[in-house]
Design a protein around this ligand. Structure first.
Ligand SMILES: NC(=O)CC[C@H](N)C(=O)O
Length: 390
């Protein structure tokens, strides 16, 4: 058990681009940060959320009121570092305890140089974001003992107003790996931890647009040897690796400016090699097939989103993290809608009618969240099996 907060905590200011200001306590690094403020309704999994590269340039508000209770550990990471631009919470519990814990949330945020604020009415903030739509914001964490001044508030509002808009931003190539690497780690099991894939049945080439580790673990668990390639790898280089399947990862930013990935995906789908895309990968596959995407008024971030499989009526509770979506009106003839959100009717899954390629808007890898829709990984391995045997 570790004490989360030591002594008097410094003040912090959260300002939104519309001029709304909240005052709270700094629970991370000192300094300031800007980004698009989004809310996530997952009750657990703050470490996975903070390290998810798809949150690059986004400040995450967690709607669950107590965050930090179980500290952080060395294993529950989706990338090597925190990618979220900042964290907003209601309450940091005084004590943190878990059998796997290695440090408190505050120690982790300071170590990772991440600015975070507690003591915010996250319920009110969430209602504001839901009603008004996406807002840029700034967290300004003051030094120990520094009083909240009007000058500091004005500085935070100006920084929030000056933050870049998410629409039009290509962040996939920013967070992507620079060098190709091999991945063999499998899923985490209680008592054993992570395993290693030593008898692979398929070779998957995975595009890293900001890939979450648990996607790679779930592919490896199902028999894949994985070569992870940088976001801007041309299709010809992928084909030289002789893949049995191609994976398009999740990632931050707007899919539309990722022209390099859209072109490569179009060429790769044409070869007839099975292709599977998740989140940004889903949006890129849609764009490569002739569909269009748009910025949502109210984005999806949580671990409790019901999604219906249109082929069999089955409803899955899913993990979600997206601010853009594929337009379900005017889908091209070679795309079929396979899944739909029961929250707002937005498109959640697509399959090509002419090629073994399909994609999903939510997160079948969970991390955090439920595993209801992990059957999509099995669908991908079944396609690779068929393709190998053809
Ligand atoms: N998690 C993701 O891959 C997000 C995709 C995209 N950046 C969006 O916000 O819609």
């Amino acid at each position: 058990m570790l004490l989360s907060l030591k002594g008097n905590t410094p003040h912090a200011i959260l300002a939104l681009a519309d001029g709304t200001v909240y005052i709270g306590n700094s629970i991370g690094a000192a300094g300031s940060t800007v980004g698009e403020v989004v809310f996530n309704t997952a009750m657990t999994g703050y470490q996975e959320i903070l390290t998810d590269p798809s949150y690059c340039q986004q400040i995450v508000t967690l709607t669950y009121p107590h965050i930090g209770n179980y500290g952080v550990n060395a294993e529950d990471v989706e990338a090597e570092k925190i990618h979220a631009a900042g964290l907003i919470i209601k309450d940091l519990p005084l004590l943190a305890s878990n059998f796997r814990m290695s440090m408190t949330l505050t120690e982790y945020l300071v170590k990772e140089n991440t600015v975070a604020i507690a003591g915010i009415d996250t319920r009110q903030l969430t209602r504001l974001l839901r009603t008004k739509g996406a807002q840029n914001g700034c967290i300004l964490a003051l030094a120990q003992g520094e009083a909240v001044s009007q000058a500091a508030i004005d500085k935070a509002i100006a920084a929030a107003k000056g933050a870049p808009n998410m629409a039009g931003l290509d962040l996939a190539k920013v967070v992507s790996v620079k060098q190709t690497y091999e991945w063999t780690q499998t899923e985490w099991k209680l008592g054993a931890g992570y395993g290693v894939q030593i008898t692979p049945k398929f070779h998957v080439v995975a595009y890293d647009f900001g890939v979450k580790k648990n996607i790679l673990r779930m592919l490896a668990e199902r028999g894949a040897r994985i070569t992870v390639v940088p976001a801007q790898t041309p299709a010809a280089d992928v084909l030289k690796l002789k893949p049995d399947g191609i994976f398009l990862s999740n990632g931050p930013g707007d899919p539309e400016p990722c022209d390099y990935a859209i072109t490569a995906t179009r060429e790769l789908i044409e070869t007839g090699i099975p292709v599977f895309g998740i989140c940004l990968g889903h949006q890129i596959m849609a764009l490569a097939s002739g569909a269009t995407t748009f910025k949502m008024q109210s984005s999806h971030h949580g671990a409790n989103h019901p999604v219906k499989d249109l082929d069999n009526g089955r409803v899955s509770i899913t993990s979600q993290n997206h601010g853009f979506a594929v337009d379900n009106k005017n889908l091209p003839a070679n795309l079929r809608a396979t899944h739909v959100s029961l929250f707002d009717g937005t498109l959640q899954g697509l399959a090509r009618t002419d090629k073994p390629a399909f994609c999903f808007q939510g997160h079948p890898e969970a991390s955090p969240g439920p595993h209801d829709i992990s059957y999509l990984f099995d669908r991908f391995t079944a396609l690779m099996e068929q393709h190998k045997n053809a």
